[in-house]
Ligand binder design. Structure first.
Ligand code: ACO
Length: 338
């Protein structure tokens, strides 16, 4: 169990998905793939794709505004904004600062966090520390991506897998016994080459050569990432449960990172959690990286699947390599003043 006096939980949620739907059949027209292959290997049927004029901060701003409305809290009360993203608007300023301006969170500090698809849970755990320490009262954590902008649409190994979206959660104090009960974060940098965007940073600055060599797109060893994911999802969730003083029998609902249906099934099996207690929407949105967990969580709450008092486990893995899991006693709506 986390030892602290201030219980921290989610007091507002919001998400944003671009309107444009791209189906597997649409992709069949541009790359050598098939609806059957994509559905069988990944469970994905369609994904949302942002238009040319839309950047990550645009959909993140909408998600953030919805989370604030859900919580009934003005932007001026936010003390800190953390944005988990692998697709920032630009190298700098940070996407969190752009969102801070957009929503007029004039009293908020802001920074971006890079932990791939694990980023939202990394952000949730990081943001909670500021409230538990007493430094801040309200922290806005956003997972937002426009992966479509960094995909090689000629590479069937990657372009069929991802989608765009944003999810936001406002953290605040909740009644004792509620909120974040335990967490586990991890990383293994030795696997960094398995999933990366090689160009555009200080190692390989943008040049005509890097563009011609397609270095500004996602490069992934899919099968290696798959094996890593199968191993780490269950392990990370069990460690977070252990930190909370709970076991997998105590889990009311599992929100796994939505990368691949086979990975989700394997995690559920390892945790001995029946599939009717597992959120699955990868079929509709593909892998939205850092946005996938908050989008799935909000959908589960909106559909009444998650109820107050439930023990909810969030677990993700991603580029880095990284992994992150946490256990939340869901008590949204029973918020404290303060
Ligand atoms: N359509 C048709 N065939 C394809 C496609 C496609 N879209 N993509 C790959 N293939 C082919 C391959 O070329 C290969 O053909 P070959 O045997 O002739 O060489 C064959 O299908 C099998 O390829 P594998 O990579 O072995 O297939 P696998 O069963 O591993 O599935 C997949 C591939 C779906 C990518 C899987 O490995 C996976 O989901 N990996 C995890 C990826 C992931 O989750 N990444 C996100 C990490 S999180 C983050 O931070 C972004």
């Amino acid at each position: 169990m986390m030892e602290n006096n201030i219980a921290v939980g989610i007091i507002g949620m919001g998400s944003c998905l671009p309107e444009k739907i791209v189906t597997n059949r649409d992709l069949e027209k541009t790359v050598n793939t098939s609806d059957e292959w994509i559905v069988e290997r990944t469970g994905i049927k369609e994904r949302r794709i942002a238009d040319d004029a839309t950047a990550t901060s645009d959909i993140a701003t909408i998600a953030a505004t919805r989370a604030l409305k859900d919580a009934g809290i003005p932007a001026s009360e936010i003390d800190l904004i953390i944005v988990a993203t692998a697709t920032p608007d630009m190298m700098f300023p940070s996407t969190s600062c752009i969102i801070q301006k957009n929503i007029q969170a004039v009293n908020a500090a802001a920074f971006d966090l890079a932990a791939g698809c694990s980023g939202f849970v990394y952000g949730l755990v990081t943001g909670s520390q500021f409230i538990q320490s007493g430094l801040y009262k309200k922290v806005l954590v956003i997972g937002a991506e426009t992966l479509s902008k960094i995909l090689d649409w000629q590479d069937r190994n990657t372009c069929v897998l991802f989608g765009d979206g944003a999810g936001a959660a406002l953290l605040g104090q909740v009644p004792a016994g509620c909120g974040l009960l335990g967490a586990h974060l991890g990383a293994d940098g030795s696997g960094g080459d398995l999933l990366k965007l090689p160009g555009g940073g200080s190692r390989l600055p943008a040049s005509t050569a890097t563009v011609n060599e397609r270095k500004h797109f996602v490069h992934m060893s899919g099968n290696e990432v798959f094996k890593f994911a199968i191993k780490i999802m269950g392990e990370a969730a069990l460690k977070a449960l252990e930190a909370a003083g709970l076991g997998s029998q105590d889990v009311d609902y599992l929100i796994p990172h939505q990368a691949n249906l086979r990975i989700i099934h394997s995690a559920a099996k390892r945790l001995k959690i029946p599939l009717d207690k597992v959120m699955i929407n990868v079929d509709k949105y593909g892998n939205t990286s850092a946005a996938s967990i908050p989008i799935a969580l909000e959908e589960a709450v909106d559909h009444g699947i998650i109820k107050n008092g439930d023990n909810v486990v969030l677990v993700g893995f991603g580029a880095g390599l990284t992994w992150a899991a946490c256990v939340i006693k869901w008590c949204k709506g029973e918020k404290l003043i303060g």
